[in-house]
Design a protein around this ligand. Structure first.
Ligand code: MG
Length: 397
């Protein structure tokens, strides 16, 4: 059976006044990236999610682009849409934005919950086969007190609220698209605290499915402390892999070689089906090796005429996409070019920048080195250039 088309809406239009200074919390750093990037990645890399639409504040386009750097070109990412005055308005605008090509299901999630896990997303979607809606939630285990004042040191218990049947609602909250669209239209003007409440007001049947205790919402400045602890645990659970690549191309008559994406004037060129960038080919194979995805030839068969003369950046881009599709991260690359000439040193920084741009990592995570073979062998006889590369990659287990 074909899976029902499912689009995730991530609500990121809030101004985050409660999280204190430093701008909206969804754009603040959590580890090496912004909160929203962690959140978006969880949905972009989920097999059951076909597309992701993020709802942002109209003043936040620059912050959004900076925060999403590295994910902006993701094929599942739709352009962002400006939200409304309140969260409920933003969600309605987001749902409306999908109405022209309505998916079967929509999942609505808060940008400030970056630790949403793949099984929780899958459970919400699975429950939509039998319900109009389904939300991630956790049963209450704490005893619940109602105070006779709202807050502060003066609060005094007014009553103990029976906790039987009480759940804490999280996101994502998933719904049949057409039903939640009607429900949001009908609820306009009312103030409801979450999308499940909008669905309940429309008499939709909404299932409670198990969320995760880690799926915290970053609400106040203090929450970043707990978020950093959860992030460290997530990073510690990554597995690290190293891949290796090797490539050789022969010289033929020409005026320049292309190595690691940089054109270098020379009295020869490199012969090959593509642009014969041996450095980039070795690096592509190293990355593919680390994730067990075969080699360049599997993805771009030399027998296929469409790759004739192709710029090698498309190969490296493909390898990067395959890593990103697994929510992996390229930690470090090391390329060694082996030739008597041309001289590589003067072009090294440009090469690191060119590779970094394609892989969307800092040049400091890329090394390019060169060596000769003391005039021994085919590289020593100046018959061609060889390249070796290693790539270290972190993958979620
Ligand atoms: Mg090659």
């Amino acid at each position: 059976m074909k899976k029902p088309e499912t689009i995730a809406i991530i609500v990121a239009a809030g101004r985050g006044a409660r999280a204190g200074a430093g701008g909206p919390k969804q754009y603040r750093a959590l580890g090496e990236r912004a909160v929203i990037a962690w959140t978006a990645e969880a949905f972009l890399t989920h097999d059951d999610i076909d597309a992701v639409r993020i709802i942002i504040h109209r003043d936040d386009h620059d912050a959004y682009e900076a925060a999403m750097d590295g994910l902006l070109a993701h094929p599942k990412l739709l352009p962002p849409v400006d939200g409304g005055a309140q969260r409920q308005d933003s969600v309605r605008i987001g749902v409306e934005s999908l109405a022209a090509n309505a998916p079967a299901y929509v999942l609505i999630h808060d940008a400030a919950r970056p630790f949403i896990d793949a099984p929780s997303i899958a459970r919400v979607i699975a429950a939509l086969q039998t319900h109009d809606g389904a939300i991630a939630a956790l049963p209450m285990h704490d005893t619940i007190k109602r105070a006779d004042r709202h807050a502060g040191a003066d609060a005094v218990i007014d009553a103990t609220v029976p906790r039987d049947g009480l759940w804490r609602a999280q996101t994502p909250q998933g719904f049949h698209f057409d039903k939640i669209l009607s429900a949001h239209r009908a609820a306009q003007g009312e103030v409801l605290t979450d999308d499940a409440a909008v669905a309940e007001a429309a008499q939709m049947r909404v299932a409670l499915v198990a969320g995760s205790p880690d799926n915290m919402k970053i609400t106040q400045a203090e929450d970043f402390g707990m978020a950093e602890i959860l992030l460290r645990r997530k990073v510690n659970e990554m597995e690290y892999r190293t891949g290796h690549g090797y490539d050789v191309h022969t010289f033929e008559d020409g005026a320049a070689v292309i190595l690691c994406g940089v054109e270098i004037p020379h009295d020869k060129k490199l012969k090959g089906h593509s642009d014969a960038d041996a450095g980039m080919h070795a690096l592509t194979d190293a990355i593919l090796g680390a994730i067990g995805e075969g080699d360049i030839g599997d993805h771009f068969p030399p027998s296929d005429p469409q790759w004739k003369g192709a710029p090698s950046r498309i190969f490296l881009t493909k390898a990067h996409e395959l890593v990103a599709a697994r929510a992996g991260r390229i930690i470090h690359c090391d390329v060694t070019l082996i030739c008597e000439a041309p001289k590589i040193g003067p072009h090294r920084e440009k090469m690191r920048a060119a590779l970094g741009e394609i892989l969307q990592i800092e040049p400091s995570r890329i090394s390019v080195k060169a060596t000769t073979t003391e005039q021994l062998g085919f590289t020593g006889r100046r018959e061609g250039i060889a390249a070796m590369a290693t790539a270290t990659i972190a993958l979620p287990q």
